[in-house]
Ligand binder design. Structure first.
Ligand code: UD1
Length: 422
């Protein structure tokens, strides 16, 4: 299994290109199931989660070709001959549930295993099912699988009111509604940039959608959708993660393709912590304003609030801040698994339920640590870049799910980092 070894203490400087968003790509890919015409995605990230979705779509009979070294994905679903998403693939990645809405909408039936994914809390799919049921689907949970059937005349438009904001459930409902008969209104919809990106792609395919990016999305169902070519939106989580590299090492890095509107709540916290973020022609430039990082409090929220997917990373930064920061995790339970690992590196963190209190220390120290989930693993990399001495991060397969060529990108900015196969 691969390990990443980092010898910390170097100030990072240079440029880091930001890839297309994993989470956008993982919902754009299943959109192919809505049409028998080709869908081409450009600016795709090269990640193991994308390979898992490729495998899943392939198992259903979709064709997915990876072109230009994986940056372009050519998808076609003209020949779907299997409507069962098997446990063996679905368990690897929770986003697999996103094939349910499109398959059901176009072909009237689908069987999808209940998903797995990162071990960050219970993460049920009841809201996905609630939305499809409101559109007339008949759902049965049997042997760990959702067996779904649409009425013989197809799904019908409905008012779907979510009791809480869910990115995935909004995506499933949005995709299904594009082919439902009549009007669907999704209330309390997620407003994430990945939802807006999905809506834009569906619009290119011929869907009638309005209100994307607000908490009420309206969809007028159409008979059929066509093909499209669509660039995947910039990965705001990869962007935010790499924005922390100059902050934590006291360097200066330009994030190529970075957009402030994608990370505004995060950038506000960086500003309060004493980090300057400026827009450039090519993206965003980040450096410390002066001296030590200041403590800040963080509460995770649905977009446009502070993203849960950047909580572990900002915690790494705050471990060396001047003062005490309080981080409240409001989206997922059990999402502080990075805290004990950061403590191994000398951090002072007290976790009580969904709240972590971080008291800054002068310097972190290298240690052997273990990645526990995707975002936790990159927070350990960030901490290691700033730490004195050597850190060995094991179980880095978590990292490869969401960060392409992490060692290359960091090494290009002066990091002492290598991947070894043990
Ligand atoms: C997506 C992102 C993930 C991010 C999360 C929140 C993808 C592939 N993943 O995950 O990186 O951390 O949004 O920004 O896009 N919930 C239910 N019932 C449901 C669905 C969700 O109770 O049917 C709960 C979840 O347990 C969680 C909250 O709703 O507490 C938000 O989850 P959701 O927004 O659905 O996250 P995902 O779409 O799984």
């Amino acid at each position: 299994m691969d390990q990443i070894i980092i010898r910390g203490g170097r100030a990072l400087s240079g440029q880091i290109p930001i890839a297309g968003a994993k989470n956008a790509c993982l919902t754009l890919m299943p959109a192919t199931l809505l049409s028998d015409e080709p869908l081409t995605l450009t600016n795709a990230p090269r990640l193991s989660d994308i390979r898992t979705m490729t495998e899943l779509l392939g198992s259903l009979g979709a064709e997915v070709s990876s072109l230009q070294d994986g940056k372009v994905l050519a998808l076609s679903s003209h020949n779907i001959d299997n409507h069962t998403a098997d446990y063996d693939i679905v368990r690897k990645m929770r986003a697999s549930i996103l094939v349910l809405g499109p398959m059901l909408a176009r072909d009237g039936h689908a069987v999808v295993s209940l998903p797995g994914g990162c071990a960050i809390g219970a993460r049920p799919v009841d809201l996905h099912l609630q939305a499809l049921e409101a559109m007339g689907a008949d759902l049965e949970l049997r042997d760990g699988y959702v067996h779904a059937k649409a009425p013989s005349e197809g799904l019908k438009g409905a008012v779907v009111e979510f009791p809480m904001v869910s990115v995935g459930a909004t995506e499933n409902a949005l995709m299904a509604a594009t082919l439902a008969k009549g009007t669907t209104v999704i209330k309390n919809a997620a407003r994430e940039p990945e939802i807006v990106d999905l809506a834009h792609c569906l619009q290119k395919m011929g869907a009638h959608i309005s209100g994307e990016g607000t908490s009420e999305i309206t969809i007028e169902g159409v008979e059929r959708l066509g093909g499209a070519t669509h660039p995947v939106v910039t990965d705001r989580i990869e962007l935010g993660t790499y924005m922390l590299t100059p902050a934590i090492t006291d360097g200066e890095v330009e994030l190529l393709g970075g957009r402030l509107d994608l990370v505004s709540a995060f950038a506000e916290k960086l500003d309060a912590a004493g980090i300057a973020v400026t827009e450039t022609d090519a993206g965003l430039k980040v450096s410390r304003k002066n001296g030590r990082i200041q403590a800040v409090d963080v509460v995770t929220e649905p977009f446009p609030g502070f993203p849960t997917d950047l909580q572990a990373q900002i915690m790494a930064l705050l471990c060396t801040a001047d003062g005490t920061s309080v981080l409240e995790e409001k989206i997922f339970e059990n999402r502080f698994m990075h805290a004990p690992e950061l403590i191994r590196m000398g951090a002072s963190i007290d976790v009580q339920g969904g709240t972590a209190t971080v008291t800054g220390v002068e310097r972190l120290k290298g240690a052997p640590v273990m990645a526990t989930d995707l975002r936790a693993s990159v927070s350990l990399i960030l901490a290691a870049l700033a730490a004195e001495g050597e850190t060995v991060v094991s179980r880095v397969y978590h990292l490869d799910r969401g960060y392409e060529r992490v060692e290359e990108k960091l090494r290009a900015c002066g990091a002492d980092i290598e991947r070894v196969n043990t």
